[in-house]
Design a protein around this ligand. Structure first.
Ligand SMILES: NC(=O)c1ccc[n+]([C@@H]2O[C@H](COP(=O)([O-])OP(=O)(O)OC[C@H]3O[C@@H](n4cnc5c(N)ncnc54)[C@H](OP(=O)(O)O)[C@@H]3O)[C@@H](O)[C@H]2O)c1
Length: 308
């Protein structure tokens, strides 16, 4: 049956693909954006303004599922005090405004799916694997963002079924982390960053879209990690990328100190990582199409079909 799904951040890397996916299944998508954008009969754009807490009330009518993806990017700009505040506030204010709009019309969606990230867990190495049941006490900025973001999503708990998806590094040809990881490899500069032992838990964009659909269709409640089976170290990740692109790999590390100097605190995004477990989503009946990095990169970078 056709549903109306409300997506915030439907213009981003994940949102664009997710909206297209739901449209292809015959659903209607309402999209919340900060800018006015042209609508089609099935994909209707509505504006919201987090600064003035204003939103078009039409966006919130007859919604069966609200998927909250919007937020200032964590990886794009340097983490100044102002930017950090924006990263947290953009996510939380979006939730609060959506909640207020649903409350005003006295009708809530059956399900709310909140994006989160594996940064929630803090950092680890290959000796442990983070499961959804792990309660993070990490104090680094990425974890702080996720802890606040997840806690705020629970304002919907008295009214809606709340699902949280802790997303790993999303692999897409044109947007997000992969183009940045691929660039040095293409230019013959594939190298370990620091000691190269930091784990990278990743997911192919197509699997992520299928996974969100799975959580929505089966109305799964609670937290789910969205990462593929094969967690690799940064060194192995780069070696695999170099192999897929037929480029050399140099085992000469880029020193930590240089990365810290260039990126500041944000260097933790490349120098630290998480080894994350995906058993829970698999036990719910989900299977990954891309379980190995080699297969995922072969599809994204070489075959190129179905990529954005
Ligand atoms: N991509 C990843 O690897 C990854 C990994 C883990 C978690 N996530 C999380 O999953 C969500 C979706 O990821 P994504 O990669 O699709 O994000 P994205 O490409 O950065 O898009 C996010 C959307 O949020 C809106 N936005 C941007 N800045 C904003 C601000 N200051 N205030 C309010 N809205 C703002 C934009 O929509 P409008 O311009 O239309 O308003 C944008 O299209 C994000 O919250 C992200 O943190 C992503």
């Amino acid at each position: 049956m056709a549903k109306t799904i409300l997506i915030s951040g439907a213009t981003g890397l994940v949102g664009q693909r997710l909206a297209a996916h739901f449209l292809s299944k015959g659903h209607i998508v309402h999209a919340l954006s900060r800018k006015k954008r042209p609508s089609t009969p099935h994909m209707r754009f509505f504006t919201w303004d987090l600064k003035t807490s204003q939103a078009d009330p039409e966006a919130f009518k007859n919604i069966s599922c609200f998927i909250h993806l919007a937020g200032a990017s964590i990886g794009d700009k340097r983490w100044t005090k102002k930017r950090k505040k924006q990263i947290i506030q953009s996510r939380i204010k979006g939730l609060q405004l959506a909640f207020a709009m649903f409350q005003k019309q006295n009708a809530f969606p059956k399900q709310v799916i909140g994006a989160s990230a594996i940064g929630y867990y803090g950092n680890n190495d290959f000796t442990t694997k983070f499961k959804e049941s792990y309660v993070s006490k990490a104090t680094d900025f990425s974890s702080e963002v996720c802890q606040n973001w997840e806690a705020e999503t629970h304002i919907f708990t008295p009214h809606s079924l709340v699902s949280l998806i802790r997303i790993g590094v999303v692999l897409d040809r044109n947007k997000g982390a992969l183009p940045k990881l691929v660039m040095p490899v293409k230019y013959y500069l594939a190298q370990p960053l620091g000691n190269g032992q930091q784990p990278i838990s990743w997911i192919h964009i197509k699997d992520l879209i299928r996974l969100i659909d799975h959580v929505c269709t089966r109305q799964l409640e609670g937290c789910y990690n969205a990462v593929s089976d094969q967690v690799l170290s940064q060194k192995e990740f780069t070696q695999t990328t170099a192999r897929v692109l037929s480029r050399p790999f140099w085992p000469i590390p880029v020193p930590k100190s240089i990365l810290k100097l260039i990126l500041g605190e944000q260097s933790e995004l490349v120098l630290k990582g998480q080894r994350v477990c995906n058993e829970k989503i698999k036990e719910s009946g989900f299977s990954f199409q891309y379980s190995t990095l080699h297969d995922a990169l072969q599809n994204i970078l070489i075959t190129g079909s179905n990529n954005s």
